[in-house]
Design a protein around this ligand. Structure first.
Ligand code: SAH
Length: 232
């Protein structure tokens, strides 16, 4: 079953226009025709069995028919991560989306040596991963900022688990309440990063084991660990 994310409101009988990319995917790649069923979701109105109402070169339209899954309360787990090389950042966004992260916060740290972040590209990756993983929402991706700016505005009641390699940190204890995970860059956090982190009362350092993981591995493992501990 093809699942597509749309921006438009969904209700019985609603007409929804496809993007050019979706029209090409349906007609050119998947060889679908008018009358075929696809599933649509927009992050607000649940998931709808919908029919392809129009389909021609570069254009398609749907008619929403039946609600198959009502919108459900989402997980509430945030991931803040130092921007990595392009392919690795893409991977982190894809995997974090599959793992149910609700908010993705790319940051620059002392040792971040990646330049720009293409938010549109990251959002497209998150949409595709949401479609594929049967999520009913697409994670919110924040514009990239400095680590300390994000820490300054971090919500006081949300724990921030900071993954620290080679640190003598306590084992993760199950926590209730909202949480986030912070993963450092390939070069690790710098002394200035660690100083600001140390001053934040919501910070809780965690270890992901005795080996040094690549940042993307640490993100995936850390998210799974937090979820298994009841966070998010
Ligand atoms: N170059 C650094 C390692 C950085 S690993 C060094 O050699 O010291 C990249 C990021 O992954 C780290 O900033 C940390 O957030 C996370 N990480 C990697 N291994 C980890 C571990 N065993 N425990 C906790 N966090 C880890």
């Amino acid at each position: 079953m093809i699942r597509l994310h749309v921006e438009a409101d969904l209700s019985a009988g609603a007409s929804v226009e496809a993007t050019e990319g979706q029209a090409h995917y349906l007609g050119g790649v998947m060889r679908r025709s008018i009358g075929d069923t696809v599933r649509l979701f927009n992050g607000r109105d649940g998931e709808w069995d919908s029919r392809i109402a129009t389909l021609s070169r570069g254009k398609a339209g749907f008619t929403a028919a039946t609600l198959v899954r009502p919108q459900a309360g989402d997980e509430d787990l945030w991931l803040m991560f130092a921007v990595l090389k392009r392919d690795t950042t893409d991977l982190v966004v894809q995997k974090a989306t599959e793992l149910g992260v609700s908010v993705l916060i790319p940051v620059f740290t002392e040792r971040t040596n990646a330049g720009r972040v293409n938010l549109d590209r990251l959002r497209a990756i998150a949409i595709e991963a949401s479609e594929q993983s049967e999520r009913l929402t697409v994670p919110d991706i924040r514009p990239v900022r400095q680590l300390h700016d994000n820490l300054a505005e971090w919500p006081a009641g949300r724990s921030l688990f900071v993954a620290l390699e080679r640190a003598d940190t306590q084992k993760l204890t199950p926590s209730s309440g909202p949480a986030g995970l912070l993963i450092g860059p390939e070069g690790g956090f710098g002394p200035r990063d660690l100083m600001v982190l140390d001053r934040c009362r919501f910070v809780r350092p965690i270890s992901l084991g005795p080996r040094i993981l690549r940042a993307e591995t640490a993100a995936i493992a850390g998210l799974a660990l937090l979820q298994a501990s009841g966070c998010g």
